[in-house]
Design a protein around this ligand. Structure first.
Ligand code: FMN
Length: 200
């Protein structure tokens, strides 16, 4: 493959996916049908705790991140697991039909899960929109914008005197001179082509 980074040009947004008991940052969201209650799909990595929860639950919500988000929601929901920390501890939420919605978002879509398809790395969950609201009329953050501004949004510190490889998706830091060809991020599962080298 000559340069997989072109896939970043697929226009995607930034969302906090929530379900009963947890949630995580996602960009892999699409509206896949029309009408008053369209179908919305979201691809969730099999290694994410949120995947386990989605398989047990009947509903999920997507809270839309605005361009003014300062990076804290991305760090809280996208760079740590609910397996180890309570992500909701300092976050203002409102429960809609038992699902937490992020108050500091542009709005939410609440869906009822109707189907799911497992592939090698992700499960594609398909939900029918049953409730939605706009909370703020501001510009949404795109995944492309996040990629271009992630150094300002996310402060990743690496130890001095060590070669570090930083995952450009989730911020995981690997220390070592080289990354094996089949290296996969232990946190978010992407391959080594999405790691950037940092030497201090
Ligand atoms: C910018 C960004 C985009 C992400 N997109 C997705 C995504 O589309 N699907 C997904 O499953 N994880 C995605 N992640 C990774 C999860 O948010 C992350 O692995 C999270 O820590 C999982 O938490 P959990 O174990 O509590 O579910 C993304 C992370 C970031 C920072």
């Amino acid at each position: 493959m000559k340069n997989k980074k072109i896939t970043r040009k697929i226009t995607q947004g930034m969302y906090v996916l929530t379900t009963n008991g947890g949630g995580c940052i996602v960009d892999a969201v699409s509206q896949i049908s029309a009408g008053d209650n369209p179908l919305i799909s979201v691809a969730v990595m099999k290694t994410n705790y949120t995947n386990e929860l989605m398989k047990k639950n009947e509903k999920f919500a997507l809270s839309v991140l605005g361009k003014n988000e300062d990076g804290s929601l991305i760090q809280t929901f996208g760079m740590q697991s609910m397996r180890k920390t309570n992500k909701f501890e300092n976050i203002e939420i409102e429960e809609i039909e038992g699902i937490p919605i992020i108050k500091n978002s542009l709005g939410y879509m609440l869906c009822e899960i109707i189907d799911s398809i497992d592939n090698d790395t992700h499960t594609l969950f398909i939900g029918r929109l049953i409730e939605a609201d706009v909370l703020k009329e501001e510009e949404a953050m795109s995944y492309g914008y996040y990629q271009e501004h992630k150094d300002e949004l996310i402060k990743i510190t690496t130890e001095k005197g060590h070669t570090a490889w930083v995952c450009t998706i989730c911020g995981y830091v690997y220390y070592g001179e080289t990354l094996e060809e089949d290296f996969k991020c232990p946190k978010c599962g992407v391959g080594r082509e999405l790691f950037e080298k940092s030497t201090k």
